[in-house]
Design a protein around this ligand. Sequence first.
Ligand code: SF4
Length: 253
Amino acid sequence: MKLVMAEVFNSWQGEGGSVRGSAFGRRQIFVRFAGCDLNCLWCDSKEYINASRVSRWRYEVEPFTGKFKYRPNPAKLDDVVDAILRLDTGDIHSISYTGGEPTLQIDPLKVLMEETKRLGFDNFLETHGGLPELIKGIAHLTDYASVDIKDETAKATEDWRALVLREVESIRILKEAGAKVYAKLVVTSETKIENVRWYAELLKGLAPLVIQPREPIGISQEMLMAVYREAAVVMGRRNVGLSFQVHKYLHVL
Ligand code: SF4
């Protein structure tokens, strides 16, 4: 079972705001997988997108020290579990499986999620949600999930509408399996209100939505309020919130 990793580290969860299912402000161990099948304009993990070019992965020696050790890819599952255990500071809310896109490597992801559950951790899945048929295999192991709704302006893929529908299907699968799941929409000054209405209609009654301005923030307050209002009118005022990448302001990973 081949596993291509990017990094393992301990940090604060900076995203998600205050909606149900968010782990904002919680301490997590992040397990970042290499490789992604999308190509978002503002991807902040670009160096990990092409898994075949990620020849080694790193793990933090001690939390927040910035000191890393490196291991070759493909990674050994035991080494990843070992890195997680070394970084367990006793105050860990959950293990965040992130990327890249972790579900692309569904078999090793499943084994790791089973192992971290066995060790007593909760699992938090950060996914673009574009692969619902794979998500079915790990939904029962997922306690929390942040699933992207890719806005048209992300230019993530050719058939953007089909991607959004698959993302919503992933949310449905995770929710039905018992995960606390929310949708994350990154917005820009180019985001269309009519698209926001469509996402909100798809999510209504299904999962809350966080609206996250693309960093560095270029969207005006007026526009952000209009996007928020549109979503809240459709979905209900308790089901929408803002999210910012607070870890960037804290200068942590
Ligand atoms: S889905 Fe995430 S990892 Fe993949 S290209 Fe988009 S932002 Fe980057």
